[in-house]
Design a protein around this ligand. Sequence first.
Ligand code: GLN
Length: 492
Amino acid sequence: MTDLHRLSIRELSEGLAGAKFSSRELTEHYLKRIAKLDTQVKSYVTVTAEQALAQADAADAAIKAGTATALTGVPIAHKDIFCTQGIKTTAGSKMLDNFISPYDATVVAKGRAAGLVTLGKVNMDEFAMGSTSENSFYGATANPWNLGHVPGGSSGGSAAAVAADLAPFATGTDTGGSIRQPASFCGLTGLKPSYGRVSRFGMIAYASSLDQGGPMAHSAEDCAYLMNVMAGHDAKDSTSIEKDVDDYVANLNGTAVKGLRIGIPKQYFNVAGLDADVKARVEESLKKLEEMGATLVEIDLNMTEAYVPTYYLIAPAEASSNLSRYDGVRYGYRAENPVDLMDLYKRSRSEGFGAEVQRRILIGTYALSAGYYDAYYVKAQKVRRLIQQDFLKAFESVDVIAAPAAPTTAYKIGANLSPVEMYLGDIYTIAVNLAGLPAINAPVGFDKDNLPVGLQLIGNYWSESQLLSVVHQYQQATDWHTKRAAIAEENA
Ligand code: GLN
């Protein structure tokens, strides 16, 4: 079969179980596509061909033996932020260019146990700091819809790999939008779960109170399959919740769109930088949901102006603390010929970290310093609580909240926005992480340059099933998620 990469996860699962094709055939198919097309997309940092084929053979044996799960033999790409035993894990940084993890992240281990085949590790902004994936030590990844544009970030490699059909689905992480924004830029569905739903063990830390892993794929149905593997309590992560996991696949039709109350925050649709095409496509998608029976309710989210300053204090503060472990001594990059210990620390960190990471360490260290702690960090934590309360108040009268995922479509590679311009692009995503809520992006059309536009739906705590279900039903009634970039249509 030449079009295996066009099959949904359900079709892959059924095809493997029914012996229509083997996992080896499917894995070889993807490896061939990667070899041929990823020279242009540049989504993979590491391709683990040999190991993938061994895993595929083991999967085929399990299918024959009748011990397979729904996903046994299905290939996946992991964001290079998830530790993989015996395979390089870089977090997009020179600091970890030589790092081979001695253990698997829980998400990776769960995938392995479910029989997933790891194709490789995909590119990202260094330590997940960024919105374009250009902050990677390994260079920029291209947006499959237009190779001169970025795929978004920080999970840009995951998004580009899936959008170019170089992996059926991928893991991502979202600290302030890094699943939803690249999904939006690449025409994909991506779910950021509630904080604590997915284990962070073995997921390299950026800002620990905000980081959360989740699935990126073409459709909500595909995401649901991956959520069934990723979600759940983990004794190795003290912030993961001891709460039953839904069967996300079984619940795909579990929420009625008829009668669903969708909140439309006034403040969100009056943001200065909101692109006219993005606004129009999002409004059209909401109209469609209204036709399907949902009610649109205008709401207020009065803290909108505080999102960017609050996030850009808390995230760098936590990052500066998390990244202090990269000292040139324990593991990772070490500067050559240090004259003394201070020189070793200083040069290892200034040579090993890129500019954006250094900027955030400086901002974070400043915000946490004795003289400024109360004025900045403590103040930001108080505002964070107000932002959360704003959402909780809204959820008293609506079921979900609608927003764009990003104010624009994908930027040009090398657009060279100032840090502040770049940070303002996170306006629609970061509050969700500050509040710990779940949110999903779904593709809802294109702008005048044929770049994808995304609709974001934000849910109350633990409403992942509801979000997946609403998007699934939208996708049954529309075909945006089936559109493919020209490069994805190419055969290897
Ligand atoms: N763009 C945001 C940042 O640079 C979010 C990144 C993320 O979610 N990892 O911090």
